[in-house]
Design a protein around this ligand. Structure first.
Ligand code: GAR
Length: 608
């Protein structure tokens, strides 16, 4: 495999991430050692990872062909530089590259200088300056400590009181002279995009999502990560293309311009927002627990890719991934993230059908089993053809592992589930078609899933459209049925189908309070005019007859009135040169089709 002829890979570190790395490299048929590893990681060689000299001595003895540096601390110290100077092939950036993670202020400056899409920010030093600057962030702020803080240096604040408390907490923990970064709070969905890069070329791993908070529904204190899954369904081709163009590419250009030779893992912590992707942070190593979810998804010879990266020969190589999904569920000790309870016996580690990666465990003194020895104790990881299968398998296995006071989230991967939508129509269904096409292979892919189409007209042309997309159709004729009764039936049907959003697409009925109350801010409509200027039918005929040079398409929440609900989005239709009603309609519908799907995607992001 190497110039030195050895096929030995040395992984530095001893947590869950490193356990997953060792496991994955063993799949590639390599011999693997872990320094210092742990009682649970095969091939562990005890060493003090904080001592570069000790690590170097041990590596000289072992003579591996590749050294993979797992955690951030040795990278920040510049261990990769030391090892490279000794002739080792190393996966991990040198001190200069590691600053992208170890200094938040440096990273932010790098992003701004190189045009990497990111949130608005201010860097402040000292408690007083930080408190004063909070006024510049009325829409919520994220407070970050400028330094390594083991995943605990970032506090997301919803309001001013939370922000002041966060500033005080970080200033107390790190000293009043600490540099803090205040950043505009973004609304959207987070994605962890990991990449192999040799500073010239880049190979992306399938996207993953971490779960930072301790409790279900993203509640409770921040942790190092309570679970992850991979890939992320909503991170579709369109989203990935935006991330690539606005974040990954400018970063690579920036590294080249700054003369930073980066050979390792570059981790992009991205918030996907309605305005596009924004980079929250870089890490310069595998995430934990992302690694536990990403690595089992990777197909092919990963060790070879690592080596090519370490040698600066990544070229056009790509990370191949398996079909299906991986879900990693973390079990944490009682007391975590405060003071975790140590020494608690762990039972049921021998799970079938899943992997167990140890993080905070050690061998029971004198015994054969394991006891807890840290905050995040272990993760249970399973794959499946569908997301649901992977999740069910991971939780079934995780249920077998038990220890007193164990803390675990029960909703890892829940955010991955697409929103369930129903489409209501009365006519030809061209808007329904546009949305279904977008879900199948466009912007809405992974964001939404169509569970039902409903029409009040048994002969509506749209029925064929829904069938073509394999969407079940419910025909609910309205003749002779009082409006409230009709809507009660409709609401019941939609509730039974556990619908998140009701999408009206040419549904020619005014909804009664029964429906509107059953789905508050969950029913949307597209209207072929500015709702302030024209309500009801024939929006395009109205614009045509008035010879307007432009008209509008409105996407709005539905209330009990006729096109009176709050506006979500308005888009312009240029009518210059449109001399027939058909042309007006053609241009209008093109805008409807594009904007309706987009508006739906954006509101799913904003209501995340
Ligand atoms: C669309 O132009 C839509 O804006 C309009 O009906 C048409 C339905 O076409 N809706 C309204 O006028 C609501 N007041 P489609 O069935 O091909 O989607």
């Amino acid at each position: 495999m190497t110039a030195s002829g050895s096929d030995l890979v040395a992984v530095l570190g001893g947590g869950g991430r490193e356990h997953a790395l060792v496991w994955r490299l063993l799949q590639d048929g390599r011999r693997v050692v872990a320094l210092p590893g742990s009682d649970a990681i095969p091939g562990s060689v005890p060493v003090d990872l904080e001592s570069d000299a000790e690590v170097l001595t041990e590596l000289r003895r072992l003579a591996p062909s590749l050294v993979v540096i797992g955690p951030e601390a040795p990278l920040e110290r510049g261990l990769a530089d030391t090892l490279r100077a000794e002739g080792f092939a190393v996966l991990g950036p040198g001190k200069a590259g590691a600053r992208l993670e170890s200094s938040k202020a440096f990273a932010k400056d790098f992003m701004v200088r190189h045009g990497v899409a990111t949130a608005r920010h201010e860097t402040v030093t000292g408690l007083e300056a930080a408190l004063a600057a909070l006024a510049h962030f009325p829409g919520g702020v994220v407070v970050k400590y400028d330094g390594l803080a083991a995943g605990k240096g970032v506090i997301v604040c919803a309001d001013r009181a939370e922000a002041e408390a966060a500033v005080r907490e970080l200033a107390t923990r790190h000293g009043d002279g600490a540099t803090l970064l205040l950043e505009e709070r973004l609304v959207g969905r987070e994605v962890s995009l990991l990449a192999l890069t040799d500073g010239r070329d880049v190979a992306l791993f399938p996207p993953a999502q971490d779960h930072k908070r301790l409790g279900d529904g993203d509640t409770g204190p921040n942790t190092g990560g309570m679970g992850a899954y991979c890939p992320v369904p909503f991170c579709n081709a369109a989203v990935l293309a935006e991330i690539d163009a606005q974040i990954v590419e400018p970063t690579l250009r920036g590294l080249a311009q700054d003369g930073i030779a980066f050979r390792g893992i570059l981790y992009f912590g991205v918030m996907v927002t309605a305005a596009g992707p924004r980079l929250l942070e870089y890490n310069t190593r595998f995430g934990d627990p992302e690694a536990q979810a990403v690595l089992p998804q990777v197909k092919g010879d990963l060790a070879q890719l690592f080596l090519a990266t370490a040698r600066g020969e990544l070229g056009a190589s790509r990370v191949e991934s398996h079909a299906g999904y991986t879900v990693a569920v973390v079990s944490a000790a009682a007391g975590y993230p405060g003071t975790p309870m140590k020494g608690t016996p762990i039972e049921g580690l021998d799970v079938a059908d899943a992997l167990v990666f140890h993080a905070g465990t050690r061998r029971a003194p004198g015994g054969t089993g394991f006891v807890t020895a840290g905050g995040r104790v272990l993760s249970v990881v399973a794959r499946g053809d569908t997301f649901r299968a992977a999740r069910a398998r991971a939780y079934a296995a995780a249920d077998q592992v038990r220890f007193d006071g164990m803390q675990r989230r029960s909703d890892v991967g829940k955010q991955a589930e697409p929103k369930r939508i129903a489409i209501l129509f009365s006519g030809r269904g061209s808007n329904m078609e546009a949305i279904l096409a977008s879900i199948r292979e466009g912007e809405l892919q992974g964001f939404a899933e169509p569970v039902l189409a409903v029409t009040d007209k048994p002969d509506a042309k749209g029925i064929e459209v829904a069938k073509r997309f394999d969407v079940p159709v419910a025909t609910q004729p309205s003749k002779g049925i009082p409006r409230a009764d009709y809507d009660a039936t409709l609401a019941g049907l939609l509730q039974t189908s556990r619908v998140d959003y009701v999408v009206l697409a040419g549904f020619m009925r005014i909804l009664s309070p029964v429906m509107v109350r059953a789905f508050p801010r969950r029913i949307l409509n597209v209207h072929p005019a500015d709702t302030r200027a024209h309500q009801g039918l024939h929006g395009y005929a109205w614009a045509f007859e008035a010879k307007l040079p432009e008209t509008w398409v409105t996407i709005h929440w539905v209330d009990e009135g006729l096109d009176t609900g709050p506006v979500i989005h308005r888009a312009r239709v240029d009518l210059t040169g449109a001399t027939t009603l058909e042309e007006v309609e053609r241009r209008g519908l093109a805008v409807e089709h594009r904007e309706y799907a987009l508006a739906l995607k954006n509101l799913i992001l904003e209501q995340a």
